[in-house]
Design a protein around this ligand. Structure first.
Ligand SMILES: Nc1ncnc2c1ncn2[C@@H]1O[C@H](COP(=O)(O)OP(=O)(O)OP(=O)(O)O)[C@@H](O)[C@H]1O
Ligand SMILES: [Mg+2]
Length: 491
């Protein structure tokens, strides 16, 4: 089966040969060429605050502790002697170059166009950060529940169509996805083998101490490779400076995201169980296709439809893709909606506990609150890939305009409670330079779900992504230039 895709994407058919269980057939991998897409122990469990602090014999307590947004002492920072910072930065930069912890350099004209040209170390936090085991356990427990939820919602075509019906009227991209979805419903197309590679992102709310979900990604869940790389980087730095840092390298949590995700892809291929080489395609993995610019002409939409109609396993299917939209996230957070998908009340409670405030814009009292206090909300369109959300003054202006226009355009967005995680000073390295920033973090848990008819073959968490960014920033992507890769040790 031949598949065309966007001119901004490379279509790579990788025949897997030689591996004992991977003989024959092939994966089809869709990757975007845009570089941007290819993408302390001073924690108290009681207050559940956490911070990027290394306790060490040469580390010196800082004079002042950071105050949280609500006046609460959120964390304490121990400063490193400047000469140790310099040494660590140099070692880390060399390590990144030697071990491929690199991204495309947006300032280089040939970056992303020629292999091996225009590469730069990925932005990283110099040191790992503490993370309460309490949150870790909670996020890991949630991972299989969210995987299962994605699968169940994906099977409820009516729910997807109805929930997105108003959005469809004003958002052409969502409409095109929904059109493919309705075509599959009309064809009564069933996906017997379903594969989801997910990432559920969370922030700790400084006010309540609750772990709140930012969003659930079901397409092109990125940074699994970078996340594994940064924990290896930190382990290596800690190993070389165990005494000065007062940390044991084994305490830096390892990350299995890349091997587990690759393993799930391979297992899905095995379930497809057609060892002929070359044809048909067993599995299509989308590393692009989540953004309107990935579909510059009708050819890409035809390709997406062709893939959806095919017998290949899609990662994700159109249904899994739609489940990851912000609008579905908002609908699932409404009272009793989860009851449609889960029988177990305990599971419903656990999942609901991590939901932040989410609203549609038909709720005028919330729209008015957001206009009055835009700093407490995030306005989100149905987009992926970072840089699309609207904050602060822009949020105020956008809502005032949309309300005045009085049209349906409000339905393109959802409103979300803005989460304010506790901030603490962090050493952050970008483009070879280290700066100490007052920073907040976002914690993502990768997941994998594989099902063949009635049999769940994989439903697991697959490691983590810790991203740290300056507290003053709104967005949080690593490759998009906002956040820094980080790793954790549990306290
Ligand atoms: N409710 C919120 N409170 C605080 N920050 C938020 C909130 N929602 C989003 N953000 C910030 O904006 C970033 C992007 O938001 P979101 O994950 O919703 O968009 P996305 O385009 O789907 O991103 P991604 O490319 O990571 O999938 C988040 O990583 C986070 O840093
Ligand atoms: Mg997303």
């Amino acid at each position: 089966m031949a598949v065309a895709f966007s001119p901004s994407s490379t279509v790579t058919a990788c025949a897997l040969r030689g591996g004992a269980s991977l003989l024959g057939s092939c994966f089809l991998v869709l990757r975007s060429r845009r570089a941007g897409r290819l993408q302390s122990a001073v924690t108290t469990r009681r207050s559940r605050t956490w911070c990027a602090v290394i306790v060490g014999s040469t580390a010196v307590p800082e004079a002042s502790a950071e105050e949280g947004r609500h006046g609460r002492r959120s964390s304490e920072q121990l400063a490193l002697p400047p000469e140790l910072v310099d040494e660590l930065v140099e070692e880390a930069l060399v390590w990144c170059s030697q071990h491929g912890l690199i991204v495309g350099d947006k300032n280089h004209p040939r970056s992303g166009k020629a292999p091996g040209v225009g590469l730069l170390h990925a932005p990283f936090s110099l040191l790992p950060m503490s993370f309460p085991k309490f949150y870790w356990d909670q996020a890991l427990e949630l991972a299989p529940l969210f995987n299962e939820l994605v699968d169940r919602v994906s099977l409820d075509g009516e729910f997807l169509q109805q929930t997105l019906a108003r959005t469809k009227e004003v958002d052409l991209f969502t409409k095109r996805l929904l059109d493919i979805h309705s075509e599959m419903m009309e064809l009564k197309k069933e996906e017997e083998i379903r594969l989801g590679l997910t990432r559920s992102d969370y922030m700790v709310d400084g006010e309540t101490g609750l772990l709140l979900q930012v969003e659930l990604n079901t397409i092109s869940t990125s940074s699994n490779g970078l996340a594994c790389g940064v924990s290896e980087l930190h382990r290596n730095l800690v190993r070389m400076h165990e005494r000065e840092l007062g940390l044991d390298q084994a305490s830096v949590l390892g990350n299995t995201a890349i091997t587990q995700h690759a393993g799930a892809l391979a297992r899905a291929w095995a379930e497809y169980n057609n060892p002929r080489n070359g044809c048909p395609v067993a599995l299509v993995y989308f590393r692009a296709g989540y953004s309107p610019i990935d579909y510059p002409s009708e050819a890409e939409w035809r390709a997406r439809t062709l893939i959806e109609r095919s017998s290949a396993i899609k990662c994700p299917s159109i249904s899994y893709h739609l489940v990851g939209t912000k609008k579905i996230q908002q609908e699932l957070a409404k009272e009793y909606v989860l009851d449609r998908f889960f029988d177990n009340k305990g599971d419903i409670k656990k999942v609901r506990q991590c939901f932040a405030g989410l609203w549609n814009l038909e709720n005028d009292s919330i729209v008015m609150s957001a206009i009055e206090s835009p700093e407490l909300f995030v306005l989100k369109p149905q987009r992926e890939g970072g840089g699309n959300n609207i904050y602060g003054d822009n949020l105020h202006e956008t809502l005032v305009r949309l309300r005045k226009d009085g049209g349906n355009e409000l339905a393109a967005y959802i409103l979300m409670q803005r989460i304010f995680p506790p901030a603490s000073p962090c050493y952050l390295v970008r483009e070879g330079k280290c700066a100490k920033e007052n920073a907040v973090s976002e914690f993502g848990v990768f997941g994998a779900y594989l099902r063949n008819k009635d049999k769940v073959i994989i439903n697991d968490q697959c490691g983590y992504l810790m991203r740290t960014k300056a507290a003053a920033l709104n967005e949080g992507g690593v490759v998009s230039g906002y956040a820094f890769l980080n790793s954790i040790f549990l306290t």
